[in-house]
Design a protein around this ligand. Sequence first.
Ligand code: PDD
Length: 286
Amino acid sequence: MIYLNGSFLPLEQARIPVLDRGFIFGDGIYEVIPVYSRQPFRLAEHLSRLERSLAGIRLPNPHSAAEWAVKITELIAHNPWEDQSVYLHITRGVAKRDHAFPQNTPPTVMMISSPLAAPAPEHLARGVSAVTAVDNRWLRCDIKAISLLPNVLLRQQAVDAGAVEAILLRDGMLTEGAASNVFVVRNGILLAPPKSHLMLPGITYDVVLELAATIPHEVRPLTETELRGAHEIWLTSSTREITPVTRLDGQPVGAGEPGPLFRRMHGLYQEFKAAVMRGGAGTSGG
Ligand code: PDD
């Protein structure tokens, strides 16, 4: 069952007019919220990022956070899986094709849930391969826009090279992955690029930094040289949690296997998730 403009209906019955600005221009915003044991994880944080993304494209939020929470809870209940990935998608609605904003046009609001698979055990045990690529996206990567053509091309570039993710470099500096944030470990210190207009402020990124309170860490710009000389590299996202990268551009990362800090953080993350799920909501403060 999916949600479309106020109603729940089977996916096969859902229809979007061809003039929807999401279809024509990629003019919209999305979110992906992980749901564990039928409870959305970090819901408040996802909804506030949604609010910021909408403000970033000057699209009024059609619902309050409380209304979204009700709709998301209903969507979860309509679907059979314990762990779900809830995808929220809002476009600037249906209007005659014209780049400028249409007047008095209601947005299109859509939500789809799909089963959320835990990260593959072999990825956690052995790590994954990534390639580097030039970050050729626009300068508002902090907005979670549905226009994802550069991300699609970058991810495919990785897949064509037998890798799972493209790690992006802009002007010699690490930004993020095609659909993930990137952490680096050097000499026992966890390093992460600071939030800016050049990367998506990941919800998982925030959780990892909170859990790093007892681990030496620095949030600062990271160079390509630091990335290439890393002892560990991790990818983070709501659907992949924390995934160790053990090959970069065909070369081993550190010892070529998931590192000690990854194992520690993976453990902390699983404990945190379990604690939050026992306690309810999954918002900050845990
Ligand atoms: N992507 N950076 C980019 C470009 C992303 O697309 C994502 C997530 C992230 C990680 O953000 P978070 O931890 O909040 O999931 C970083 C989602 C999962 C997607 O597009 O499917």
